[in-house]
Design a protein around this ligand. Sequence first.
Ligand code: MG
Length: 255
Amino acid sequence: MIELLTPAQVDQMRPAGRFVASVLTRLAEVADVGVDLLELDAEAHRMIREAGAESCYIDYHPSFGAMPFGKVLCTSVNDAVLHGLPHAYKLRDGDLVSVDFAASVDGWVADSALSFVVGTPRDEDLAIIDTTQRALAAAIEVAQPGNKLGDISAAIGDVCRADGYKVNTQFGGHGVGRTMHGDPHVPNDGRAGRGMKLRPGLVIAIEPWLMAGTDEIVMDPDGWTIRSDDGSRGAHSEHTIAITEDGPLVLTARD
Ligand code: MG
């Protein structure tokens, strides 16, 4: 079921959006060569406690998960691109890191992700990050009342394919509100003009992600971490946005 929020309820989501944005900003500052993924998770956990927020991940246990996630953050490094379970690993020079974080504040959830390189970047890593960011921006631009869900999907797919990437559509965006994952599913490729009409009060996470050489994924034995099947590196950009009468409102915007 798709829930449309009132303008007052959308306003109530702003603290969650601001909090999630602040955590990602902090993690991008802290992450460096030699910093352990578990330290990033611990920092996010500290900020959750300090803010009186709640993690959406720590007890998350969907039917496909071997066990509850147990961490508050997804950290996906290099050929890992989604749902990376934080583990003891010290970041190395040139690592491409994707951090995905969702938390609730006052009962409302926000969900956001970003990728960055620690140390000296490779050009191709900066390029794939840039493509996911531009795909996200293009998708947000068409997230206007009266447009269709397919316009968002097409905007993502067009940017990614124009840059030479294949698009995996197994995982994409989703409704966000009182829970982390709701309807509608927001595919990362599709046809403009198709699908449900976008109405004020619809709140969704839009999350283009890419792998440099493939659109096929493999899952680690941990039951969570998703990697490219060819070892190529991936990137991920995500914001939670509300469709309002005035256009898209990016709840997780970072300063
Ligand atoms: Mg997310």
